[in-house]
Design a protein around this ligand. Structure first.
Ligand code: HPA
Length: 274
């Protein structure tokens, strides 16, 4: 990871904004609506930012939205980069490095995920308490730049415990039946086989997706405090007697967007300023 690239991308963005963002948001499939709530937004397309990769998936817009949300300065990624698209792990996580350079202290990562836990139903929101990296690689493989973080980062609290607590309280405040659990990241782009889903449940997984873990690893490397939220967009393969489609994923995120917006906004309001 070339520190100069990070600095150039960050310097370019800084020219367009007046305030340093404090919180970064990664908005997953169908969850980009949150960016529309940002006040006095400055929008910058990924393709205009030096060294940024560009997004290819339907339902992903591919831009940064920078402004205020609940009185907090935020920078939101409307659309993320996925490993399955063919990007390297360094490209997938480059925006996290740039947001850190811009000044964020915390990162909220969101995704659509398949429910592994049979007590979940599509439309549930799940606070991520921990993850299993089943992607076969991670973004820190290769030489370490000590200016970015330590060679051997600790992931024993990858998801900030205080933030989990705050998020749970916020769910209660707004009367939302929130779930919590372990997110498993697979490479994708294929969905799992039913027996793989059983395996992941045996391993302790509650939800499965194709993103988030690379970003969370880099966020931890960069000493950011992380909150992760999954929208259970479908039950993982084999649980219900029906095929999985990306359309179902998008339909569910569309259906729960009011709850999602209310919950994330309340949580952002309650997060500490440092
Ligand atoms: N599996 C993997 N990724 C997903 C799923 C799923 O069932 N749903 C949304 N993203």
């Amino acid at each position: 990871m070339d520190v100069n690239y990070i600095k150039e991308a960050s310097a370019f963005i800084e020219k367009h904004i007046d305030n340093k963002p404090a919180i970064g948001l990664v908005l997953g499939s169908g969850l980009g609506v949150l960016a529309e709530e940002i006040q006095d937004p400055v929008m910058i397309n990924y393709e205009d930012i030096p060294h940024f990769p560009t997004s290819t998936v339907a339902g992903h817009k591919g831009r940064l939205v920078i402004g205020t949300l609940q009185g907090k300065h935020v920078v939101a990624m409307q659309g993320r980069f996925h490993y399955y698209e063919g990007y390297t792990m360094q490209q997938v996580t480059f925006p996290i490095r740039v947001m850190k350079e811009l000044g964020i202290h915390s990162l909220i990562v969101t995704n659509a995920a398949g429910g592994i836990n049979k007590a979940f139903i599509p439309g549930d929101l799940m606070i991520i308490t921990d993850h299993i990296n089943n992607m076969g690689t991670n973004p820190l493989v290769g030489p370490n730049d000590d200016r970015l973080g330590p060679r051997f980062p600790d992931l024993s609290r990858a998801y900030d415990h205080q933030y989990i607590k705050i998020a749970k309280q916020c769910a209660e405040t707004i009367g939302l039946n929130i779930k919590e659990g372990v997110y498993v990241a697979n490479q994708g782009p294929i969905y799992e086989t039913p027996i793989e889903v059983n395996m992941l449940r045996t391993l302790g997984g509650d939800a499965v997706g194709m993103s988030t873990v690379p970003e969370v690893i880099v966020a931890n490397h960069a000493s950011l405090r992380v909150l992760g939220i999954s929208c259970i967009s479908n039950m993982a393969a084999g649980i219900l007697d029906q095929p999985l489609t990306h359309d179902e994923v998008i339909e569910t995120t569309e259906r729960v967007k009011e709850d999602f917006l209310k919950f994330v906004k309340e949580t952002i309001k309650q997060l500490p300023n440092k």
